[in-house]
Ligand binder design. Structure first.
Ligand code: CMP
Length: 152
């Protein structure tokens, strides 16, 4: 099913920043026929990380999820947040990313190519975040971007 105009948050995560994958990812996403409406480098603070991952609060991996996005596992102090808008944007971006668990991600996807289950931290070093629904896309863009930072 083709879905109408959707908003999606993409985060280029600390493992991808460490591996210098931002250029490749942004280039690839420019081919998906969806519009970039916001982009910034963010030094993630605990409060922002907690808000972004509030739905995962009860999960056993939640504390490590926070450490991961804060850059503690990769010695990285910033990540890239991008807001996209476009028809069927959730499916297009999630197909590009691949499955959440990088061990299960198809090798043709960015997570399949560059992700790994970190044997030291047991974290999913899964390269990028992509909102899982248009509703979460809007919610997450509102967390990461102010209205003035978006080009509509
Ligand atoms: P993300 O798309 O950023 O949103 C939630 C994150 O939780 C997900 O990517 C993974 O990084 C992480 N996650 C989901 N399931 C697991 C799991 N079973 N073990 C560790 N991390 C997980």
């Amino acid at each position: 099913m083709i879905n109408k105009e959707e908003r999606v948050l993409v985060l280029i995560k600390p493992d991808a920043m460490q591996k210098q994958l931002a250029g490749i990812i942004i280039h690839d996403l420019s081919q998906l026929n969806i519009k970039m409406i916001g982009l910034k480098l963010v030094s993630v603070k605990k409060q922002l990380a907690e808000k972004h991952y509030e739905d995962h609060k009860e999960k056993p991996f939640y504390p490590d999820l926070l450490k991961y996005i804060l850059g503690d596992f990769h010695n990285v102090n910033s990540i890239i947040a991008i807001a996209y808008s476009g028809e069927d944007a959730v499916n297009k971006l999630r197909d590009y990313a691949g499955k959440t668990n990088p061990d299960e991600a198809d090798p043709s996807t960015i997570r399949g190519r560059y992700g790994k289950v970190n044997s030291k931290t047991h974290n999913f070093d899964n390269v990028m975040h992509v909102s899982d629904s248009p509703e979460n896309g809007q919610r997450e863009i509102d967390i990461w971007f102010s209205k003035q930072e978006l080009v509509e």
